[in-house]
Design a protein around this ligand. Structure first.
Ligand code: SF4
Length: 490
């Protein structure tokens, strides 16, 4: 096995979906150093002034847990609040309104939010405390029972009501809720605060019509709703006009997109449409459901240079029997056929995935099939998870639960297996050149960092000055399992 080392930023090479470090494919690099944060774009008042004083008027603090969908929802919520005259502060202690945009995909995420709420038990006086997102939808008014100092509980399917709910609180309302799921509307805002100056997110589809037996999302985010293609294209044009060159299209099942307008675009039409917006150089999309992943998507990536060389295609298990119990709607063979399409593309497309170990009833033989699927797929990275039973899911009460220690053992075996695959593949990339969009800098290491179109993370040295936001050519000189080191080719 090749020698491995930390070559800089230690996050996973992936679709960018944030996963808890303990669940990442390789925890060994998780302690690596982050780059300097990027300045905010279009975020007036996002931080208190340098002298520590706070501008006059109402202030808010918003903390986000979970996935990129939540990150982007928070950008929109912040836009709604700024439109109502609020300014953001960096400390909850300074805020009039404290909001938590929550995740309930695993037990630990939910516990963390309740711990945050507990902090306000004796300190909430005069502040409005609110819970948004998946935990809000899942727990509903129970949150008021557990934390009576909370005033706002709103699930993501009801965010269009947020301005009204906030107005009710401002006029003295004590407790307000937005917990409807029966909506066919998406969350549209006049203003979206953009927290990343280089990559802009556009949600194209919300909710999910699948019913995977382990997943709370259909319960917490409601049924699938796609945005009209015109609205998506207009947002992409506005972003390009504001100077963005990279756009990431978001959806829980992004490729299930169905244009509700008379144009009736499919997902692949929208991909091509966004890629054709003048000024846009990179278009990413996440997360794809294998069932809706058609060959036409690979053909589009092959033909359209602006579409990035990366597909995140969650498999969850390599065993058809387990996939059936998970209600994933595809078999191992059907999934691997899609991998063959992607590998046959003219452009080298990186593939990442999500894997769950320890699903109820998963035998040693099933687990061995997952390991062999890793060999067959040769993923660039995976997000790996121990199965976590969640309320309002059909797997919650399935028999043959796997003991926690056994789940941990399988997770460790899985990660070691994948790590070896990544080390071998990444070593072969030493000496190759990639175009990198520079998105960070590490002053101590005098390194720059950025991502390739295939979403690989490269830290590199350069004789040049400020490179933030530039596209540069970088030659790889060293490779770790999750990131690379290189030199700017000038
Ligand atoms: S496709 Fe399955 S895992 Fe993905 S959000 Fe929908 S129900 Fe959850």
């Amino acid at each position: 096995m090749a020698k491995t080392f930390d070559v800089g930023i230690g996050s996973l090479v992936s679709d960018g979906v944030r996963a808890p470090a303990a669940q990442q494919a390789s925890g060994r690099e998780a302690a690596a150093v982050a780059l300097l944060p990027l300045p905010l774009r279009g975020a007036p008042g996002a931080a208190p002034p340098g002298d520590g004083s706070v501008p006059a008027g109402k202030s808010f603090f918003l903390e986000t847990f979970g996935c990129q969908m939540n990150d982007h929802d928070s950008e929109k919520v912040a836009g709604v609040l700024q439109g109502r005259g609020y300014h953001a502060v960096e400390s909850p202690a300074l805020a009039d309104l404290v909001l938590y945009n929550t995740c309930s995909i695993r037990e630990k995420a939910a516990q963390k939010v309740f711990a945050r709420l507990g902090d306000w038990k004796t300190l909430a006086d005069g502040k409005i405390i609110g819970v948004l997102g998946c935990l809000a939808q899942q727990e509903g008014e129970e949150i008021f029972e557990r934390a009576p100092w909370v005033s706002l509980v709103c699930g993501s399917a009801s965010y269009r009501k947020l301005p009204d709910l906030i107005a009710q609180l401002e006029s003295g309302g004590r407790r307000v809720t937005g917990l409807d799921l029966d909506t066919d509307q998406t969350f549209e805002t006049e203003i979206t605060r953009r927290d990343n100056m280089l990559r802009a997110y556009i949600t194209i589809i919300e909710g999910c019509d699948y019913a995977c037996s382990y997943c709370v999302v259909p319960h917490t985010r409601g049924p699938e709703r796609s945005r009209a293609s015109d609205a998506v294209l207009s947002e992409a044009r506005r972003l390009a006009d504001a100077g963005y060159t990279e756009i990431q299209l978001l959806g829980q099942t992004v490729n299930s997109y169905r244009d509700p307008s008379p144009r009736q675009w499919k997902f692949v039409d929208l991909l091509r449409g966004v890629a054709a917006v003048p000024g846009i150089r990179r278009v990413r999309f996440t997360t794809s459901h294998p069932n809706d992943f058609h060959r036409s998507i690979v053909e589009a990536i092959d033909e359209v240079p602006e579409l990035c060389d990366h597909v995140h295609l969650p498999v969850q298990s390599g065993s058809t029997r387990v996939l059936r119990d998970m209600l994933r709607t595809y078999t191992r063979e059907e999934y691997l056929e899609k991998i063959v399409w992607i590998r046959a593309a003219r452009r080298p497309i990186s593939i990442t995935s999500d894997v769950i170990v320890g699903f109820p009833g998963e035998t040693e033989a099933d687990f061995a099939e997952t390991l062999s699927l890793l060999d067959a797929a040769q993923y660039d990275a995976i997000f790996s998870f121990k199965y976590s039973p969640r309320p309002n899911t059909s797997a919650m009460h399935m028999p043959d639960a796997i003991p926690e220690e056994e789940k941990s053992r399988r997770l460790a075996v899985l990660n070691e297996h994948q790590r070896a695959i990544q080390i071998a593949a990444n070593q072969r990339r030493i000496g190759q050149c990639y175009e990198v969009l520079v998105d960070g800098r590490h002053p101590q290491r005098t390194q720059w960092g950025g991502r390739t179109t295939c979403n690989r993370l490269i830290n590199f040295t350069s004789p040049r000055g400020n490179l933030l936001g530039e596209y540069v050519q970088v030659k790889i000189t060293r490779a770790g399992p999750n990131s690379f080191a290189g030199e700017h080719v000038t």
